[in-house]
Design a protein around this ligand. Structure first.
Ligand SMILES: [Zn+2]
Length: 319
C-alpha cells in the first residue's frame, strides 16, 4: 500500500460470534454524520429502519407506567441496598471524550458480556478513538451511601460529580424526547416509559420524529451492525462550556449494536436499551451487579430500586 498507514500495536482479542443476518458493518460516527447531514426539520431521517409497531407506540404510557408516588419512592429509599460488586467486578466505566468549541462530549460504552473494560478500551484505541479512559470507582467496594441530592445514592451514581442534568428550560420538569431511529429488535419504546415513571423528569418516546418544541430536547437513538466493537450500546452526551454537569441541548445520542447476538452472549436488548436511556437522563453505572445500570450488559430490565431515587433527587431542584 503506497499511502501512509497506522500501525496498530495493541492486540485485542474479542469474542466473535456475529449473526449472519446483521448486514454489512457500518461505522457509528459515520452513521451519525449522515443523520446530521440528511435529517429533516421534523427530526426524521430516511435511514431509519422499518418502524413496524414502533411508529404506533404512544409518547407516554401513563396508564401502564404511572409516575412513582411519594409513598413508593419512600419505600425505595427505605429498602436495604443490594451488595455492590467489588474487586475486579467493580463497575469500571469506559468513556471517550471529545472537546470542541461548543463544549465537551462524553461517550460511555456498555461492554459486551465477556469483554472487560480494559479490553474494550484497548479495542477503541486501536480503532483510532481519541481520549479513551477507564473510570474506576474510588472505593473498591463500590460507592458510599450519600444523600439523594448528591452524586450517588446507594449503589446508583451519576456520570460526573457535580451531577449531570438536563435543564428545566421553562418546563416544570425537564422534558426529554427520545427520537428512535433504531430497528425493530431494539425495544426502545418499552424502555422509555419505564424511565418516565421517575418523578421530576419527563421522558417521551417518538419514532423518527421530533419536531421543535421550545425547551424540549431530542435524544436520537440509532442501531446498526457496528461490528465486533466490544460494546453493545453507547450514549453520547454534550456538556456546554462553563456550566459543569449541565447537558447541552444538542448532540445527545444512543447507538445500539446489532452485532452481538443476545442469545449467544446472554443479555437482552431490552436491558441495553433501558441501560442507555438511563445514561441519557444523567445516570452513571450502578455498583450492584444485578442492576440494569451495571457496567456489563445483562438480563436485568427493570429500572431498579435506587436509580429512581437518585434520578428524582437530581431533578428535585429546578435548574
Ligand atoms: Zn453504561
Amino acid at each position: 500500500m503506497a499511502t501512509a498507514t497506522t500501525v496498530v500495536l495493541t492486540v485485542v482479542t474479542l469474542p466473535v460470534a456475529a449473526s449472519a443476518s446483521a448486514g454489512p458493518v457500518i461505522d457509528p460516527d459515520q452513521q451519525y454524520a449522515a443523520f446530521l447531514a440528511e435529517k429533516k426539520a421534523d427530526g426524521s431521517w430516511a435511514g431509519s429502519a422499518d418502524p413496524g409497531d414502533k411508529a404506533k407506540a404512544p409518547a407516554t404510557d401513563l396508564a401502564a407506567f404511572p409516575k412513582l408516588t411519594d409513598r413508593q419512592l419512600a419505600a425505595m429509599k427505605a429498602a436495604t441496598p443490594k451488595v455492590a460488586a467489588s474487586g475486579t467486578e467493580a463497575p469500571a466505566t469506559v468513556q471517550s471524550v471529545k472537546v470542541t468549541a461548543e463544549g465537551t462530549s462524553v461517550t460511555t460504552y456498555l461492554p459486551a458480556p465477556g469483554v472487560t473494560p480494559d479490553q474494550l478500551a484497548g479495542n477503541l484505541r486501536s480503532r483510532g478513538q481519541a481520549s479513551v479512559r477507564v473510570v474506576r470507582p474510588a472505593a473498591a467496594d463500590g460507592v458510599s451511601l450519600m444523600a439523594a441530592s448528591d452524586c450517588s445514592y446507594g449503589y446508583a451514581t451519576t456520570f460526573s460529580c457535580p451531577v449531570s442534568y438536563w435543564r428545566n428550560e421553562g418546563w416544570e420538569d425537564p422534558y426529554v424526547r427520545f427520537n428512535d431511529h433504531s430497528g425493530s429488535s431494539w425495544p426502545v419504546s418499552k424502555a422509555v416509559p419505564k424511565w418516565n415513571t421517575v418523578q421530576n423528569i419527563d421522558s417521551e418516546y417518538h419514532f423518527n420524529s421530533c419536531s421543535s418544541v421550545s425547551g424540549s430536547r431530542c435524544v436520537d437513538v440509532f442501531s446498526g451492525n457496528y461490528g465486533a466493537t466490544g460494546w453493545t450500546g453507547l450514549t453520547t452526551l454534550y456538556y456546554a462550556s462553563g456550566s459543569p454537569g449541565a447537558l447541552s441541548d444538542s448532540g445527545a445520542k444512543i447507538q445500539l449494536n446489532d452485532y452481538y447476538n443476545p442469545t449467544t452472549y446472554g443479555f437482552t436488548r431490552n436491558n441495553v436499551a433501558t441501560h442507555e436511556v438511563g445514561h441519557a437522563l444523567g445516570l452513571g453505572h450502578n455498583g450492584y451487579s444485578g442492576d440494569v445500570l451495571y457496567y456489563v450488559s445483562n438480563t436485568r430490565e427493570d429500572i431498579g430500586g435506587q436509580n429512581p431515587v437518585l434520578l428524582a433527587g437530581i431533578y428535585s431542584v429546578s435548574r
